[in-house]
Design a protein around this ligand. Structure first.
Ligand code: F6P
Length: 533
């Protein structure tokens, strides 16, 4: 029988529970069960999740766990890890977890030999990342005038940018002391031109990161960079020199572009763009923190993979986060999920997660091609605390919308000091508590009323090690997977981005923007822009 989440018994129970929730208080759940906080906390390696501050009664939690059992999650998870083509619209396997797997990890016996072969291929490909990054770090990779590399520009967009950029920022504690990393993604010329102005072409290496090697923005930024090498150094076709490496799943396209074969660091087609930081796309991470630490990051992600595959649903971190998201999104009318890291090095985490979550689960077609009649991916947004407290927290405390929050923090921080870290964490704990507890208004001062009952998760990383960072990213990858599986959608394609790309090409092909099949507003705007030139 065709699976539909809305047709399950658990879904119906949850609808009833949602009616009850309007009169429930999270704080009452704590009075009813003094062990709630420990009952609703889980550990995976050095990640600790407390999900007790949610508007989830015991009955609701049971129903959410039943939803997992009544969904095809178990089969989907096995299918993903064993390499079945679960990305059906692109007829591809989804195997980013293989990038951090070890021989023997495969849990589906039938696929074990194939899996071990895959792991060997990955090890070979990552070995190239190790060799190239080490040469660059040690100064033995030289530019066309014989000088060592001091600056690396990663040119890529989406998954070929966000993951490496986030990791380099998050793990800056371990950064190479003299090699600077730059990330260029936007086709906005001001970004690349102002970056190039600051750099010395003799000591600059470009990591051209693109799974397909066809992306408009990336190729235009690369062209501008090649022109810069030519103008500054007289170096024609710089892409054929030691100033360029290609990070791609298409050796063919990279070769056609002119990148020398031995400077192409390949990864497999079965790695989705937004899951590719673990592959050669992560070269800039390895350059920044060294390959040993890169491997630690992979080990952390692997730990989360194993946890995800083996922990029971009620102790399974990705499953728990996914279920809570579904509860608020599908039953309590929330439209968004805020992610607030109390750590400035994780500033880019919300924008990374936006691609991961919204490109994966921003879908409205079921796996068998029907239009969904329930909500899917929420709008993910966020900013670091305490900065957010002085910006949008007002709405979280007193606004009319339900916006569940994931608070993320480091229990210990090697880059901060005791005083700062105590104040930072104190703020986070206070905010989560204030959102839940609220406060009555003094008589006649309704504007000082805090309704409370606002839900949040608190995720603590023991410290921001490469390993814990890897586990954190893998946690959200699997959360997204669980939600997609319960919602019965394909989390691994991204057809929604194609129409805009096509129309941009159409518009660009037409100099004055007056192409007949553009809408009147777009034509008028094109004409206005033209008149300003
Ligand atoms: O915009 C869609 C997308 O395909 C993303 O999924 C991807 O990460 C990005 O473009 C960049 O693609 P590529 O790595 O092929 O340049």
């Amino acid at each position: 029988m065709t699976y539909r989440p809305t047709a399950t018994a658990a879904w119906k129970t949850l609808q009833t529970q949602a009616e009850l929730a309007s009169s429930e208080r999270i704080t009452d759940f704590f009075s009813q069960n003094p062990k709630r906080s420990s009952d609703m906390s889980v550990q995976c390696g050095e990640l600790h999740l407390d999900f007790s501050k949610n508007l989830v009664s015991d009955q609701t939690w049971q129903a959410l766990l039943e939803l997992v059992e009544q969904s095809p999650l178990q089969e989907h998870r096995a299918a993903m890890f064993s390499g079945e083509n679960i990305n059906t619209t692109e007829d591809r396997a989804v195997l980013h977890a293989a990038l951090r797997a070890e021989i023997g990890d495969q849990t589906v016996a039938a696929a074990a030999a194939e899996s071990d072969q895959r792991v060997s291929l990955v090890k070979q490909q990552l070995n190239q990342v190790a060799l190239v990054s080490e040469k660059i770090r040690s100064g033995s990779w030289v530019g066309s005038t014989g000088k060592a590399i001091t600056d690396v520009i990663n040119i890529g967009i989406g998954g070929s940018d966000l993951g490496p950029k986030l990791a380099c920022s998050a793990l800056q504690e371990f950064a190479h002391p003299t090699i600077n990393l730059h990330f260029i993604s936007n086709v906005d010329g001001a970004e690349i031109l102002s970056t190039l102005k600051k750099l010395n072409p003799e000591t600059t290496l470009v990591a051209l990161a693109s799974k397909t090697f066809t992306t408009q923005e990336t190729l235009l930024n690369a062209k501008t960079t090649r022109n810069w090498f030519e103008q500054e150094l007289g170096l024609k076709d710089a892409q054929t020199s030691s100033h360029f490496v290609g990070l791609t799943a298409s050796r063919e396209n990279a070769l056609a572009y002119g990148i020398p074969n031995e400077q192409i660091l390949e990864f497999a087609e079965w790695v989705g763009g937004r899951y590719s930081l673990w592959s050669s796309i992560g070269l800039s991470i390895a350059i920044s923190i060294g390959f040993d630490k890169f491997e630690e990051m992979l080990a952390g992600a692997r730990e989360m993979d194993l946890h995800f595959q083996t922990a029971p649903a009620d102790k399974n971190m990705p499953v728990i986060l996914a279920l809570l998201g579904i509860w608020y999104n599908n039953f309590l009318g929330a439209q968004s999920n805020a992610v607030i890291p109390y750590c400035e090095r994780l500033l880019l985490l919300p924008s990374y997660l936006q691609q991961l979550d919204m490109e994966s689960n921003g879908k409205s077609t079921t796996l068998d091609g029907q239009q969904v009649n329930y909500d899917t991916g929420a709008i993910l947004w966020g900013q670091t605390g305490t900065n957010g407290q002085h910006a949008f927290f007002q709405l979280l405390h007193q606004g009319t919308r339900l916006a569940p929050v994931d608070f993320i923090a480091l229990a210990k921080d090697g880059m901060s000091n005791e005083e700062h870290h105590r104040v930072l964490l104190g703020n986070m704990l206070a905010q989560a508590s204030a959102l839940m507890c609220g406060q009555e208004a003094p008589a006649g001062e309704q504007h000082r009323y805090y309704p409370g009952n606002k839900p949040s998760n608190t995720l603590l990383l023991r410290e921001l090690s490469a390993k814990n960072f890897g586990a954190l990213v893998a946690l959200y990858e699997h959360k997204v997977f669980v939600q997609g599986s319960i919602w019965d959608i394909n989390s691994f394609d991204q057809w929604g981005v194609e129409l805009g790309k096509k129309m941009a090409n159409q518009l660009l092909a037409d100099n004055d923007g007056q192409t007949a099949d553009l809408d009147p507003s777009t034509k008028a705007l094109s004409a206005y822009i033209e008149s300003c030139q």
